[in-house]
Write a protein that binds this ligand. Structure first.
Ligand SMILES: NC(=O)c1ccc[n+]([C@@H]2O[C@H](COP(=O)([O-])OP(=O)(O)OC[C@H]3O[C@@H](n4cnc5c(N)ncnc54)[C@H](O)[C@@H]3O)[C@@H](O)[C@H]2O)c1
Ligand SMILES: [Zn+2]
Length: 359
């Protein structure tokens, strides 16, 4: 079993990564937290395959578990659903010492963490992420939120889990397309902080897509390590944490303009990474090879490379992002594979030039 420590003074925690972890979840958890009232939150897709394995393992270790299952999908990430979950907290008589367990993808993780952070001003919670995106990104770092009609993830807080348990076996039931879009975030980590990880993906993409155990353990552990080190340096996104948004500036604009229903998050971010690299080339920060290597990986994953959007609409939308600082657009730009800079100096002229040319 791999273990990564997230050092955040009084909010520190461990990330455990292994195969077969779900069957042993109660035995591993009991070393971190004494048995208590436990609300296990999941969605119906995940409940079908893993609900009873997790419930039984927790019960064997004397956790008093109740399972609540949401409908799958982003539409569930609302204050309305949070209220249903608060009702379940009351019904199951959760107290300050109780535990919320989030078993699922980023949707389940974000809303469960949000409920845990607000019920009785905050009760302990743990994450058992089951999608690749949740395993390498959303379960770590303590951003918890629900959506508001006026903006995604706009109602939330920073609230760290007590532990994260990643069972790589769960990826065998994840739809292939969800796996591929999660992999875009792994490629992102390679570009921002770890050239060796990027090269590993280039060399071992076949093994990764075949869910080879060694390959999965390597890319997930490296990703968790990178996210952890960035979050440790800047937990509340004062500055450095912004590098995790590589590809997300234009990516978010694409998602917003297409009402979140034409491109999956990872697809929009892949396009965003390529545009960000084109900007970096345009200002002389990096070279064409850095672009070609990312393009080649994204092509091998079969992700879309075209957007049917007007550059003017994209630029306008960029200014509505919550990452706009004092009216200035913030871009994360690669210097080379493994190193990025944060720039507030990208001009509209450059943006139009880049967005007017195909990828
Ligand atoms: N908190 C953060 O820092 C952060 C970071 C990135 C993304 N997010 C959030 O994460 C969410 C997206 O997460 P996601 O991509 O995991 O989506 P998701 O939670 O909707 O899961 C995707 C789909 O896969 C299914 N699924 C998940 N794991 C499965 C498994 N092992 N077997 C079978 N089916 C499985 C789910 O039921 C769902 O239908 C968004 O709401 C986004 O805002 C949060
Ligand atoms: Zn992302």
């Amino acid at each position: 079993m791999e273990m990564i420590r997230v050092n955040l003074s009084s909010n520190s925690y461990n990330i455990y990564i292994d195969t077969g972890l779900l069957e042993r979840i109660g035995d591993t958890l009991v070393k971190e937290k004494a048995p208590c009232k436990t609300l296990l939150i999941t969605d119906t897709n995940i409940e079908k395959v893993y609900g009873s394995i997790v419930t039984e393992s927790l019960k064997r270790n004397k956790f008093d578990v109740r399972l609540v299952s949401l409908q799958p999908g982003e539409e569930q990430k609302t204050l309305g659903t949070a209220c249903i979950l608060y009702d379940a907290c009351f019904d199951h008589k959760l107290d300050r010492n109780a535990l919320i367990v989030a078993l699922g993808g980023g949707v389940v993780g974000d809303i469960s963490g949000f409920v845990a952070s607000t019920f009785m001003r905050g009760i302990p919670f743990i994450q058992i992420p089951t999608s690749l995106l949740a395993q390498v990104d959303s379960s770590i770092g303590g951003k918890v939120a629900v959506n508001h009609p006026k903006g995604k993830n706009m109602i939330g807080s920073f609230y760290q889990p007590k532990a994260v348990f990643i069972d790589t076996d769960t990826l065998s039931t994840l739809p292939a397309v969800e796996f591929v879009v999660g992999l875009v975030e792994v490629i992102k980590y390679g570009v921002i902080r770890n050239a060796e990880l990027f090269e590993y993906i280039e060399k071992h993409l076949y093994d990764i897509l075949q869910l080879d155990h060694t390959a999965l353990l390597k890319i997930i552990a490296d990703s968790c390590q990178i996210k952890t080190s960035v979050v440790e340096e800047d937990e509340k996104e004062v500055y450095l944490r912004a590098i995790l948004n590589y590809g997300h500036t234009i990516g978010h604009a694409i998602e917003t303009l297409t009402n979140y229903n034409k491109y999956r998050h990872g697809e929009a971010i892949a396009i965003g990474m390529l545009y960000a690299t084109k900007i970096a080339i345009e200002i002389g920060l990096t070279n064409n090879k850095v672009y070609e290597r990312q393009l080649s990986l994204i092509k091998r994953l079969g992700l879309p490379l075209t957007i049917d959007l007007k550059p003017g609409d994209i630029v306008k939308t960029l200014y509505t992002d919550k990452k706009v600082i004092s009216g200035k657009l913030r871009f994360i730009l690669p210097k080379k594979i493994g190193e990025v800079i944060i720039s507030d100096e990208v001009t509209e002229e450059i943006l139009y030039k880049i967005l007017n040319a195909p990828l």
